[in-house]
Ligand binder design. Structure first.
Ligand code: ADP
Ligand code: MG
Length: 247
């Protein structure tokens, strides 16, 4: 399988979903986690998914991340229909095009920072001798060179999230998906992580989709998509940074 357009394109829509729905369970226990959701996301855009608990944010992020499949509707990633891929094909798409950052970091505790970041490189088939230098380069980009040999248990939450971002970037994803990336961090550390994501987006021209219920975090995005009861209620354009009243 290949998605060449994803590797080459930098203009237009990287993601298009149409009339997407997701249902869990059957009969009277059925939950409509998503109903008739349509959305297009451009290459290089930062989009925040917002809404109260249970509104379908994680469900949508998991479908966009090819971790789950919609019950109905279309999902095109880089122009390719990825809505009904089997597990193996989903894993291939995730490895080659998507990066993930979680609220709880999800680092492997028995591995050092370098080893954590090198792991996806192993899955990609990067030769052993190249993995450590590449991992160190990624750790440098997130300001974690001094902690390269440390294990997650020896790091603060902010440091763990930096390592998790380096790991997510290791495979050079086109889309970075983050579920409450600052949710477990204090305000100041969360702010640093947002700054780092902004740098990454600028430098790597990456698309970032993040789930948050924090309006301040959402303010960092280009657009905010508001969800309620599994539906998009409205989409808000954020003011561009640097745009001033005077100008
Ligand atoms: P959010 O991330 O906005 O809090 P979720 O996407 O996690 O919301 O959940 C949306 C709805 O789908 C909720 O009602 C939730 O209980 C339900 N839901 C999510 N995952 C499952 C699942 N695996 N099985 C059954 N119901 C689920
Ligand atoms: Mg959630």
């Amino acid at each position: 399988m290949s998605l060449p357009a994803l590797a080459e394109n930098t203009s237009g829509n990287v993601i298009e979903i149409e009339s997407l729905s997701k249902r869990y369970g059957t009969g009277e226990n059925m939950v409509h986690a998503l109903e008739d959701v349509s959305l297009a996301i451009r290459y290089g855009e930062v989009v925040a998914l917002r809404g109260p608990s249970g509104s379908g944010k994680s469900t949508l992020l998991n479908i966009l991340g090819c971790l789950d499949r919609p019950s109905a509707g279309a999902y095109r990633l880089g122009g390719y229909d990825v809505s009904q891929l089997d597990r193996e094909a989903q894993a291939w798409v995730r490895l080659h095009f998507l990066g993930f950052v979680f609220q709880s970091f999800n680092l492997l505790h028995q591995l050092t920072a370098t080893e954590n970041v090198a792991l996806p490189l192993y899955y990609l088939g990067v030769p052993k001798k190249d993995r450590e230098p590449q991992a160190l380069e990624l750790l440098a980009k997130v300001g974690m060179t001094a902690r390269a040999d440390h294990r997650p248990t020896e790091m603060s939450g902010g440091q763990r999230q930096r390592v998790a971002i380096a790991r997510a970037l290791a495979t050079r994803p086109r889309v970075l998906l983050a579920d409450e990336p600052t949710g477990a961090l204090d305000t100041r550390t969360g702010e640093e992580i947002l700054k780092l994501l902004a740098e990454v987006r600028e430098r790597d021209k990456i698309t970032v989709i993040l789930v948050t219920h924090d309006p301040h975090v959402a303010g960092f995005a280009d657009r905010q998509v508001h969800l309620q009861d599994g539906r998009i209620t409205h989409i808000e354009d954020n003011p561009k940074p640097g745009a001033s009243d005077a100008g």
